[in-house]
Design a protein around this ligand. Structure first.
Ligand SMILES: Nc1ncnc2c1ncn2[C@@H]1O[C@H](COP(=O)(O)OP(=O)(O)O)[C@@H](O)[C@H]1O
Ligand SMILES: Cc1cn([C@H]2C[C@H](O)[C@@H](COP(=O)(O)OP(=O)(O)O)O2)c(=O)[nH]c1=O
Length: 204
């Protein structure tokens, strides 16, 4: 059986990371081999690029190219070999994040995003993308409560994050078969019940 590729998306503070390991555990209980990874990052080189991307100011196109450079490495070294072996990959963010943050948030020309997406993984899209959606002020409050040190993106103004949220919703609307939009403004246990149902359908 071919492995499946599941990605988690949403604005910062939506609660994705709280469910990534949980979903991997639920899949492992079904006897599947599951890799948990993240972007930017996921490889030794990718994690070095992540350090730069999350901390250094840079031109929008440099930022976009580095996101895709890290992704190319991630696909070649981890994602594609694992899927080819029939294993599953659960990834905290993928190209939809570039669409939403560099495209929606920063205004990158859509044609440039599409060209890079086609180049780097024209043959592959996630089998399932879970989009954690919630109002901005709720996400902000969670970040404040968690007392997190804010990275370059988290320090952006509210209007940036609102554009990111809208770009995610637009992308989900364009690919309804791949996306499940999760109402993330609910208790963690309620969200897990919904995730449990979703994975039962894709594990059939
Ligand atoms: N459904 C939820 N309700 C309340 N708090 C939550 C919920 N999900 C996550 N949190 C908390 O919000 C903070 C941000 O969650 P996290 O999973 O790190 O978000 P993300 O990875 O999307 O930035 C964490 O402190 C987490 O414990
Ligand atoms: C993958 C990706 C992430 N990002 C941003 C979104 C996030 O603010 C940041 C790191 O993501 P994330 O790992 O979700 O941050 P944290 O561990 O703090 O929750 O990188 C982009 O701007 N474009 C991309 O293509």
């Amino acid at each position: 059986m071919k492995g499946k590729f599941i990605t988690f998306e949403g604005i910062d503070g939506a609660g994705k990371s709280s469910h990534v390991e949980w979903i991997a555990g639920a899949l492992r209980q079904r006897g599947l081999t599951v890799h948990v990874t993240r972007e930017p990052g996921g490889t030794e080189l990718g994690e070095k690029l992540r350090e730069l991307l999350l901390n250094e100011p840079m031109h929008l196109e440099t930022e976009t190219l580095l996101m895709f450079a890290a992704r190319r490495e991630h696909l070649a070294r981890l994602i594609e070999p694992a899927l080819a072996r029939g294993e599953w990959v659960v990834c905290d963010r993928f190209s939809d994040a570039t669409y939403a943050y560099q495209g929606g948030g920063r205004g990158l020309d859509r044609a440039k995003f599409l060209a890079l997406e086609h180049w780097v993984h024209g043959h592959l899209q996630p089998d399932l993308t879970l989009l954690f959606d919630l109002p901005l002020d709720v996400a902000r409050e969670r970040i404040v409560l968690a007392n997190r040190v804010l990275d370059k993106f988290e320090q952006e103004r509210a209007d940036f994050h609102e554009r990111v949220r809208q770009a995610y919703l637009e992308r989900a609307h364009a690919s309804p078969a791949r996306f499940r939009v999760i109402d993330a403004n609910r208790p963690i246990d309620d969200i897990r019940k919904q995730l449990e149902q979703i994975i039962s359908t894709i594990c059939l």
